[in-house]
Design a protein around this ligand. Structure first.
Ligand code: AG3
Length: 289
């Protein structure tokens, strides 16, 4: 039912030119253009504040915990000893917030290409961007591809917290980037890649997994369900240079960590690697599932 007393203001993401997902808006809080993209933060009626880059929904306060918990905790609880973490993208700070919940992590380097995203989120999304004030944080405004090619540092886990493969994130889906990323990972290192919608992006998922296969020993996809990305069901790629089992029970580690979550738990961890047949078929012979 429409509320006749309210201005009928909506923000809608148009996806692949044939789907649109809309949210009622109370107020526009931030709207600016950088050299790279349009950055908007709106206060929605039902989903809290929402960040959009070039009209694509990046997060809403109502469900951001799902994506940020899963991108961080699945690899951090899988790795035997995650010390040094690299985040590519993630300028809102949500992924860093979850990574920093792991007390054994010594350093988090976050390379975000667009300063405007960081500044907008510092102003309007402090629950996420407060992670930038942590002493373990090393925030760099730089091109992630350039950083990965040039750094002398070695990492235990790399998290690619990117937008879709259009605009500034496009090179983060390339084979060359995965190769460079594999080179700066330690022997048992893990690469997590934002892997889009299993329904709408089967071709991207296939090309990503094919490209990663050559540089990693173990490769898989894991799933999450969210409210604000087209189709709801979303995925990450999980690539490891070591022999990581996707069936590892993380109950003890999770309990000992004392980490509080709202979506992630050891059962969800295991279940997220259980793939429906249409996803397995698309990636058959490539992923280890
Ligand atoms: N990462 C964005 C995932 C892709 C969303 N795609 C879309 N809405 N078409 C978000 C960054 C959160 N830290």
């Amino acid at each position: 039912m429409q509320n006749k007393n309210k201005l009928d203001l909506w923000v809608k993401e148009v996806f692949q030119d044939n789907v649109s997902l809309g949210f009622r808006v109370d107020k526009v809080l931030f709207s600016e253009r950088s050299k790279y993209q349009q950055v908007d933060i709106v206060k929605t009626t039902g989903h809290g504040k929402m960040l959009l880059n070039d009209g694509m929904v990046m997060l809403s306060e109502k469900d951001e915990f799902v994506y940020h918990e899963m991108i961080a905790h699945v690899p951090l609880f899988s790795h035997p000893n995650p010390d040094n973490i690299l985040i590519i993208g993630g300028g809102d700070g949500g992924t860093a917030r979850e990574v920093l919940k792991h007390k054994n992590v010594k350093k988090v380097t976050l390379v975000e290409i667009d300063k405007l995203v960081v500044n907008a989120c510092k102003k309007h999304l402090p629950k996420l961007s407060k992670s930038f004030d942590d002493p373990k944080m090393n925030l760099l405004i730089d091109d992630g591809v350039k950083f990965v090619n040039e750094t002398k540092d070695k990492f235990d886990i790399i998290l690619i917290d990117s937008t879709d493969p259009v605009g500034p994130a496009t090179p983060l889906f390339n084979r060359e980037f995965y190769e460079s990323a594999s080179k700066i990972l330690n022997d048992d290192g893990i690469l997590i890649s934002q892997a889009e919608s299993p329904f709408y992006n089967q071709d991207i998922q296939l090309s990503m997994m094919k490209a990663q296969r050559d540089f990693f020993k173990t490769l898989n996809i894991f799933l999450l369900s969210n409210l604000t990305y087209p189709g709801g069901l979303w995925s990450f790629g999980f690539a490891s240079k070591g022999d990581i089992s996707f069936k590892t029970d993380t109950t003890e580690k999770f309990k000992d960590s004392g980490i509080k979550t709202k979506y992630y738990n050891p059962d969800v961890h295991l279940a997220s690697f259980v793939l429906p047949d249409f996803i397995k078929e698309n990636l058959s012979g490539i992923i280890d599932n």
